[in-house]
Design a protein. Structure first.
Length: 475
């Protein structure tokens, strides 16, 4: 976390083993919820796109237009200014922020380190700096035909990897009177839309039908993959300005909605992979990256099986469970939107779990869950996250843990990120009366998650209990 951010926000020491190389997210509760200065994270800009439009928008790596390269954006009169411009809705220093602060700029460099070399050697794929399986996520690995003369894949994950190939909007987006709708029509990707951004981020930070961090890659030594949209949006160095006085350029960071949409799209994406007969298995085995890591990766003496889960009776001991952490979050969220919808998600989750053991049709169950995830996402778009909704969802997340349902690390990790995201949003809205007290409890909760291999459900529950008491006094 930057010094500037620490000056603005009450620091919350959130540690996760979520991506191996991301040790400290440094999330915080806002000290001044009324601020209109630039804030950490990507914003929710204007009205969201219709869900199906967001889900069907071509990802930037599928562009047919040419990517012209980061250097095209780097001029001091474009996005390469040393300092933000005054009286401009665009900071104009986005390129400098990316080069100096954003780890995406160095994603390609990771492929040259010793760990990457060992992973590639074990996989038998040769040089990782040339292997497509690595380049697809560590660079903007678009087809040669879509690369302009100044495009350089060594730039890592650059401007056009997220914003789309600029060939058709490089001139028009600076034309007098140009609107955001014009930019989208000319090929810019709608990263400001939560659902569209979730699809884009997850395509590398987990995978999709086209590319996937498989269990083989993990087995070769790749860090464990974990993703939550709002948390990762907060990690992203800001390259936007928050304004409230200009209808065309108003940016609103709605962390609660971003978290909620992210969970729904995560479930939808995982179900897509389960439905893909080319992706959902590896030989006679299922694609194990879709399953809970710690169902297998724990000492034999650590007897973790419990008779019940959040979705009913447990599967038999010895059965590897799906990583259902995002489904657990989705069920809690759906219940807050509509108890009947929440029950449908719970029932569909139980059927899906059973189908992974041959007790039912797996593809049919995955399709049903995908449809429900999209239904929840659509409901989120038209439901305000008011104070009652925020506290109700947060307390429901806590109570799920107090009921003993966060048996494995993944669900505990997702719940902690969710609680942090929701309470940060609540603080920005002025709904948290004693942010330092809440931060102290969140820091203690986070401390139980610093090492996934030493996770203790009992310790996590203890911290949830004290956090709940603190929140109850404020609600």
């Amino acid at each position: 976390m930057s010094k500037r951010s620490c000056d603005r926000l009450i620091y919350r020491g959130l540690l996760f083993a979520c991506a191996g190389f991301l040790a400290c997210t440094g999330l915080a509760l806002a000290a001044d919820p009324a601020t209109t200065e630039p804030v950490m994270g990507a914003p929710e800009m204007r009205a969201p796109l219709p869900l199906q439009e967001a889900l069907s928008w071509p990802l930037p790596d599928h562009d047919t237009a040419k990517a012209l390269g980061n250097v095209t954006c780097a001029s001091s009169t474009c996005h390469g200014s040393i300092k933000p411009w005054k009286n401009s809705h665009v900071l104009q220093n986005e390129y400098v922020t990316w080069t100096h602060l954003d780890k995406h700029a160095r994603a390609n460099e990771i492929l040259s380190n010793g760990r990457s070399q060992k992973i590639a050697q074990k996989l038998g794929i040769g040089d990782p700096t040339r292997a497509k399986i690595c380049l697809d996520c560590h660079t903007d690995n678009r087809p040669e035909a879509s690369r302009g003369p100044r495009f350089d894949a060594a730039d890592g994950i650059g401007c056009e990897a997220c914003h789309g190939a600029s060939e058709n909007y490089i001139s028009s987006h600076v034309a007098p009177g140009a609107t955001h709708a014009d930019n989208l029509a000319h090929g810019m990707y709608p990263v400001e839309d939560s659902a569209a951004r979730a699809r884009l981020c997850q395509s590398c930070h987990f995978g999709d039908r086209d590319k996937l961090v498989t269990h083989r890659i993990m087995g070769a030594g790749h860090p464990r993959i974990s993703f939550e949209l709002e948390t990762y949006s907060m990690l992203e160095p800001a390259h936007f300005r928050l304004r409230s006085d200009d209808a065309e350029h108003t940016l609103l960071f709605d962390g609660a909605r971003i978290w909620a949409v992210g969970q729904a799209i995560d479930v939808e994406n995982r179900m897509d992979i389960l439905l893909d007969v080319k992706r959902n298995h590896d030989g006679i085995f299922p694609e194990l990256v879709l399953f809970d890591c710690h169902s297998c990766h724990h000492p034999m003496s650590d007897q973790r099986w419990v008779p019940r889960t959040a979705f009913g009776p447990s599967l038999s001991p010895g059965i590897v469970r799906l990583n259902d952490s995002s489904i657990t979050m989705l069920a809690i969220l759906a219940h807050q939107l509509d108890p009947a919808l929440g029950e449908r998600v719970r029932s569909a989750a139980a059927a899906l779990e059973a189908a992974t053991t041959g007790q039912g049709d797996l593809l049919q169950s995955a399709q049903a869950m995908k449809s429900l995830a999209e239904e929840v996402a659509a409901r989120i778009a038209r439901t305000p996250f008011d104070r009652a909704m925020l506290y109700g969802t947060t307390l429901a997340l806590i109570d799920q843990g107090l009921s003993g349902n966060y048996v494995d690390y993944a669900a505990a990790e997702q719940s902690a990120m969710a609680i942090s995201s929701l309470l940060d949003f609540g603080s920005r809205e002025g709904w948290i009366s004693d942010a330092p007290a809440v931060n102290a409890q969140l820091t203690a909760l986070d401390a139980t998650l610093t090492n996934d291999e030493h996770y203790s459900r009992d310790q996590f529950q203890t911290r949830l209990k004290t956090l709940r008491a603190t929140l109850t006094r404020q609600s």
